[in-house]
Ligand binder design. Structure first.
Ligand code: CA
Ligand code: CA
Length: 308
């Protein structure tokens, strides 16, 4: 019987670093399950507990890291997201000064049950509440590897992945990340039952759960990363302090991919992106903001290219 790998949320980090001790060494091609706390370390369990009562040492824990056997600096790490399981309730919180409407929100915590695949919100409206059941889209907020040196807080996104808060990182998606440190030192956390592009109030419907992935190490590729495949699209993700810069980086990364990997003419690749590419916002509330450029996966088929 093959060994199964389970990483408890007791093994968690607040920074991605080559100095982190691996929670486990895992081989390629086998399922590895990570138990994850929500972005508040599961500390908000009642609506009278508020966002600003959560210590920074509890914000954005990522479970891991794991050492992936065979991963060496310069490689690419393919992460197949085999499953995402979530708890039966999530939490959304707001606080003045946070997010895109920090001057318009009070400090409020809402515990939201999940029933039959729907998040059961009750929105205040006039003197009543409007029950609104929203289909869930379980996704991963924080997913990444260690940088070459130093420590990047798990709340920050970047080339290494991290807190990208991309709603397309779901079950069935494949994420390609760079490897900077021996073993890659992969960690994951910050699940959302549902989140809109932008994550404008500073959190999605935050939720505890577990993520099952498998790893493949790819040698000899220098793609612009991170690169994500989900459903009918492949996409480049990029993060920068200003959203304009993140958008430019995501676009240019995809352009690089078209020119260098698919041999498109530079100008034609740019025009193709202008008509077939969809430039979208992932999130605007983390220390760096994240954008993505999406292209139809069918384009790769038409080019006769299969991703490794
Ligand atoms: Ca996040
Ligand atoms: Ca979050």
């Amino acid at each position: 019987m093959s060994q199964t790998y389970f990483i408890s949320s007791d093994k968690r980090v607040l920074g991605m670093s080559p100095d982190n001790q691996p929670a486990a060494k895992v081989p390629q091609g086998v399922p590895v399950t990570f138990e994850t706390l929500d972005c508040f370390s599961n500390t908000l369990q009642h609506e009278d507990q508020l966002f600003t009562s959560v210590g920074w040492e509890c914000i954005n824990p990522a479970t891991g890291p794991v050492w992936v056997e065979g991963a060496e600096p310069g490689d690419m790490l393919r992460v197949d997201i085999l499953d995402i399981a979530i708890a039966d309730h999530g939490v959304i919180a707001s606080a003045p000064g946070f997010g895109e409407m920090g001057d318009r929100v009070g400090e409020v915590t809402r515990i939201v049950p999940i029933r039959d695949g729907k998040a059961c919100f009750e929105w205040k409206r006039g003197s009543e509440t409007l029950p609104l059941q929203t289909p869930i889209n379980p996704m991963i907020g924080v997913i990444g590897v260690a940088p070459e040196s130093g420590s990047i807080p798990t709340g920050t996104p970047g080339v290494h992945g991290g807190n990208m808060d991309c709603k397309r990182i779901t079950k069935g998606a494949t994420l390609y990340l760079p490897v900077f440190a021996p073993g890659a030192l992969f960690a994951v956390g910050d699940l959302h039952a549902i989140m809109g592009d932008g994550e404008v109030v500073v959190c999605g419907l935050e939720i505890a759960g577990s993520v099952t992935v498998s790893f493949t190490v790819i040698k000899g590729k220098t793609w612009p990363l991170p690169l994500l495949v989900q459903k009918d699209d492949f996409m480049t993700l990029a993060s920068a302090r200003a959203l304009d810069d993140a958008a430019t980086m995501a676009t240019r990364n995809m352009h690089d991919f078209l020119v260098k990997e698919l041999s498109f003419d530079e100008t034609d690749a740019a025009m193709l992106l202008s008509v077939n590419g969809n430039l979208r916002i992932c999130q605007v509330v983390d220390p760096l903001k994240t954008a993505r450029m999406e292209l139809p996966l069918a384009l790769l088929d038409m080019c006769g290219v299969a991703l490794p």
